[in-house]
Design a protein around this ligand. Structure first.
Ligand code: EPZ
Length: 424
């Protein structure tokens, strides 16, 4: 995957057609990591063919797993019968922070894990202190040795642990560790994102005993072993939202028959509030959006599920740039996850952002194509959407971000009428 490619986007108004979603990146990565809890062959289907999946495949292979990825069939076979390494190196940790998600399974299965300290990334420091505090409470001895964290434990201790913030990754790491920890583990203020629930589904299928006591409280009865299973990854709500917004900002009409509506309520409600016609095929699944030609600006704040997803904040900001009125966008999940504002300003967007977590967007009649740089995965999708709506040509570098989070999204957009060229 070259990092120096670019995407050239011409204005493409009136996107129209039907799209089938791929599997959710933020479900498949943690579910791939969960295969470390078992010894045998895990089969995953509806796997997105995105760069992060290849990174996680490489990580599992470095641990000793045999991983076969049939890209055409979107199927992964992960054989974890023979794992002979517990080290996650700096390159992988820096490239993909989700690498930390093998720590819990390694500790549960082998009682040790050595992970490189995570590099910071554009979404802020993105520490792992919640993960480490939870492991320490479970009896893990953690020591910094050079650029690595050495984690060891005789046996994990079941605990009642309160997360100060419903961190997705920390919830997932603790949950996976707790499945093989004798006794009863309580995780209070746990994340309940759909991707976490998909992890719970496969863990239960493997034989784990997990109860969702009240939203945000997980109770885990440890078992002695888990068996490898087959699992289909849930559809990607973030890809769905991105495609709906591409239709919205280009005045088009798109239908997504496998859209997981029931986990997208706040987002879909905001699209309706803008004046777009959003028709649910059923309350749970399938949606058609017909864009209004007079969108109204809406304000929103991101937050843990079921709030507005932070991963749709950047694409939704583009829709506000082209709506009438003023939108106040409050990003509460990640610090400096508003870096895309300066790229959108290059395209003529009227956004004031004083370095805080709040951006104020004043709608304009049109955006203008420009040369822009994608700072992260979701901002890369936002800039592509902006390029589809903008007059003229937009060139975006940072193509590796776009590849990390989506499975050839450019092909899906082209099928709707988008004029997009990838220059590797
Ligand atoms: C997961 O990241 C997702 N990644 C993110 O998607 C998503 O934006 C995020 O959850 C929120 O929904 C994957 O699932 C692979 P968090 P994660 O722990 O687990 C702070 C994308 O583009 N924090 O819920 O890292 C953290 O800095 C990615 O697909 C700590 O302070 O998110 C952030 O401010 C981006 N200490 C907040 O909590 C910790 O130990 C939420 O992070 C852990 C997190």
């Amino acid at each position: 995957m070259s990092n120096n490619g670019c995407i050239v986007i011409e204005q493409s108004l009136g996107l129209r057609g039907e799209v089938t979603l791929d599997g959710a990146k933020n479900a498949v990565l943690v579910i791939m990591a969960s295969s470390v809890l078992t010894s045998g062959i895990t089969k995953l289907t509806n796997v997105p063919v995105s760069a992060d999946v290849f990174q996680m495949k490489q990580l599992l292979e470095e641990l000793g797993a045999q991983v076969t990825f049939d890209e055409k069939a979107k199927t992964l076979l992960i054989d974890t019968s023979i794992l002979n390494n517990c080290i996650v190196g700096p390159e992988l940790m820096r490239k993909m922070r989700a690498s930390i998600l093998v720590a819990g399974p390694l500790l549960a299965r082998f009682g040790r894990a050595i992970v490189a300290l995570p590099g910071g990334c554009l979404l802020g420091a993105r520490p792992i202190d919640f993960h480490l505090r939870a492991f320490a409470r479970m009896g893990v001895h953690i020591e910094v040795v050079g650029e690595y964290l050495h984690m060891n434990c005789e046996s994990l201790q079941s605990q009642r642990f309160v997360l100060e913030y419903p961190s997705v990754g920390a919830t997932e790491n603790m949950l996976m560790a707790a499945t093989l920890t004798a006794g009863t583990t309580h995780i209070i203020n746990a994340a309940i994102e759909p991707e976490v629930l998909d992890l719970i589904a496969i863990l239960r299928n493997m034989g784990a005993r997990i109860e969702i006591a009240v939203p945000g409280t997980l109770i885990v009865e440890g078992v002695s072993s888990l068996r490898p299973v087959q699992h289909a990854i849930i559809a990607d709500r973030l890809e769905a939202g991105t495609i709906l917004l591409a239709a919205a900002v280009t005045g088009g009409s798109v239908s997504i028959p496998d859209c997981p509506n029931s986990v997208m309520d706040v987002f879909l409600e905001k699209l309706s509030e803008m004046g777009h016609e959003v028709v649910l095929h059923t309350p749970d699944k399938g949606v058609t959006l017909k864009a209004t030609n007079a969108p109204r600006a809406v304000s929103f704040r991101t937050g843990p599920y079921p709030g507005f997803p932070t991963d749709l904040q950047a694409p939704m900001m583009v829709a506000q740039c082209l709506a009438s009125g003023t939108s106040v966008i409050y990003e509460t999940v990640f610090e400096n996850r508003l870096v895309h504002t300066r790229e959108l300003q290059k395209m003529g967007a009227q956004i004031t952002h004083d370095g805080s977590l709040i951006a104020t967007v004043k709608g304009v009649d049109c955006l203008y194509g420009a040369s822009v740089i994608a700072p992260d995965i979701r901002a890369s999708a936002a800039l592509v959407i902006a390029g589809l709506a903008a007059q003229g040509q937009t060139t975006m570098t940072g193509i590796h971000h776009f590849r990390r989070g989506y499975t050839r999204l450019e092909d899906k957009l082209r099928a709707l009428g988008a004029n997009i060229t990838i220059v590797e």
